[in-house]
Write a protein that binds this ligand. Structure first.
Ligand SMILES: Cc1cc2nc3c(=O)[nH]c(=O)nc-3n(C[C@H](O)[C@H](O)[C@H](O)COP(=O)(O)OP(=O)(O)OC[C@H]3O[C@@H](n4cnc5c(N)ncnc54)[C@H](O)[C@@H]3O)c2cc1C
Ligand code: FES
Ligand code: FES
Length: 483
């Protein structure tokens, strides 16, 4: 059922075919680039935070067409780029400076130049997407030029990117974006990229200790930073069943391996709390690779999307060679980094209902992330709230999801129960705040103290109330405000 194995790994860099034999498929693309004297791509942090290592991969965009996608080469294992096309900073000047390079030179966008190759590639990818806004460079740090000249360069190019029609846009037109199945083995190391779920199950039976990998934005850290060894990796990127993204009037089903940047684009406007959290999730390079399945699969207590999904009553479709089941996300997390996933089981998709509670006329739903910096940072606390109200402003349904406050992402269930049947007003919120003070026992760590987290748990809910009223068309009801 699985395809024949090879000990050769091929891909292209700047149009040049690279064929590697007996290499370690968990070597990162950045390591390979620098070992092969392609020194333009820089290493800054080695963990996805600085963007100095940014390269462009040709891949399928949310519209199903080929796009240049900025990604962090320090996080990508070589196995993941098999039979794909990579563009590095050495490849963007085609006889003359590329327009993005020319604009950076003209507007003084570079001083020491260490970050510049990364910025050039982020801007290059955005140029062909006609998306030259701040989000294009949110994953690139510059420590000496300052962002103003770089943003000016982006703005100048934005005025011209509608006229794009050069060798790079022609390359995109003839690029293949369907990932082919690929099995690599060199004795010690195996890297599989199956196309169907049934092949994943077969591989997991054959290699019970294999590790699943999707975008590798989490696992890549283990490779790059912790030098963790993974003898057998099974990539989920090409598995058709994990790439679905379907909507009906009742619900949305998101394949576990759909990149977050696709979810951002395709589901925009469907779930405001998901839109908001995705906006603050890492940065463009990470969202181009990271998946929902990976965010849930890590079972990190500070994963940003589980609180949102908990507040939306999401369920997981899980499957193994023995069958499939649907499990509420709330029942998935069992303890610190422990889940209900059984051996041989895979997260296939995430199901999110759209319907609001029976009898409700209005849903308030929003998410909040508090970190040390705006973009590309991990949460101190993340929270997401959903409240359904009837025509008398009574609460019919309440979900309060939190991250960063316990060993797992968690709901404040006692507070949810308290809220049902109460009027949605400041008096109710004040009482809920008292209960929220007792709902969790957060820890102190290098990101924030337990006391700070406790305050966030409470204050974010109050903020949700205040903001909910700001755009509410219901009659204001401040109720009795307790002192
Ligand atoms: C610079 C940087 C910034 C980040 N910022 C954020 C942030 O703002 N918020 C946040 O929440 N996270 C953040 N992360 C963490 C990471 O990007 C996310 O957790 C991401 O969603 C992981 O998805 P992935 O596809 O890359 O997972 P991978 O790294 O491929 O896999 C992660 C884990 O999940 C398992 N897994 C993957 N898919 C499945 C599946 N279908 N079934 C079962 N198990 C599976 C893998 O075996 C692995 O253990 C950041 C990471 C970096 C490097
Ligand atoms: S080296 Fe910093 S993001 Fe890769
Ligand atoms: S130009 Fe020096 S870090 Fe950006």
């Amino acid at each position: 059922m699985t395809h024949g194995s090879t000990n050769q790994l091929t891909f292209t860099i700047n149009g040049e075919l690279v064929c590697l034999k007996d290499i370690d498929p968990t070597c990162t693309l950045l390591e390979y680039l620098r070992q092969s004297d392609r020194m333009g791509t820089k290493e800054g942090c080695g963990d996805g935070d600085c963007g100095a290592c940014t390269v462009a991969l040709i891949g399928k965009g949310a519209d199903g067409k080929p796009h240049y996608q900025a990604v962090n080469s320090c996080l990508i294992p070589l196995g993941a780029i098999a039979e794909r096309e990579v563009i590095t900073v050495e490849g963007v000047a085609n006889g003359q400076l590329h327009p993005v390079q020319a604009a950076m030179v003209q507007l003084g966008g570079s001083q020491c130049g260490y970050c510049t190759p990364g910025f050039i590639i982020s801007l290059f990818a955005a140029y062909y997407d006609r998306a030259l806004d701040d989000m294009a460079i949110e994953g690139n740090l510059c420590r000496c030029t300052g962002y103003l000249p770089i943003r000016r360069a982006a703005q100048q190019m934005a005025a011209h990117s509608n006229e794009v029609g050069d060798i790079f846009s022609h390359t995109l037109e003839r690029s293949s974006i369907e990932l082919s199945p690929f099995n690599y083995g060199n004795g010690d190391r195996q890297f599989y990229r199956p196309a169907r779920l049934v092949e994943v199950f077969a591989l997991l039976q054959q290699h019970p200790n294999a590790t699943l990998v999707a975008g590798a934005t989490d696992l890549g850290l283990e490779l790059s930073w912790h030098r963790q060894q993974y003898p057998v990796l099974i990539s989920l990127e090409a598995v058709a069943e994990l790439q679905v993204l379907e909507q009906t009037d009742e619900s949305v089903e998101i394949g576990a391996a759909v990149p977050l940047s696709h979810i951002e684009a395709i589901l925009h406007g469907v779930f405001p709390s998901l839109d908001e959290m995705l906006h603050w999730f890492a940065a463009r390079q990470v969202r181009n690779r990271a998946t929902l399945g990976g965010n849930i699969g890590t079972a990190s207590p500070i994963g940003d999307l589980p609180p949102v999904l908990l507040s939306l009553d999401a369920e997981l479709r899980l499957a193994s060679a023995h069958g499939s089941r649907v499990l509420p996300l709330a029942d998935f997390f069992k303890g610190y980094r422990q889940t209900d996933l059984q051996p041989g089981e895979v997260i296939v998709s995430i199901l999110i209902p759209k319907a609001i509670a029976a009898g409700a006329v209005r849903r308030l739903s929003q998410s909040y992330k508090v970190g040390k910096r705006g973009t590309d940072d991990i949460s101190i606390v993340a929270a997401a709230f959903t409240i359904d109200l009837d025509d008398r402003n009574q609460i019919l349904h309440a979900r309060l999801g939190y991250g960063g406050v316990a060993a797992t992402p968690a709901r404040a269930i006692a507070v949810e129960h308290f809220l049902i049947g109460k009027p949605w007003n400041i008096a109710t919120v004040q009482q809920a705040k008292t209960l929220l003070n007792k709902a969790f026992t957060p820890l102190t760590d290098l990101r924030g103290s337990a006391d700070y987290r406790q305050r966030l748990i409470v204050n974010l809910f109050e903020k949700f109330f205040v903001e909910g009223w700001a755009d509410s068309d219901l009659t204001r009801d401040w109720g009795e405000v307790s002192s």
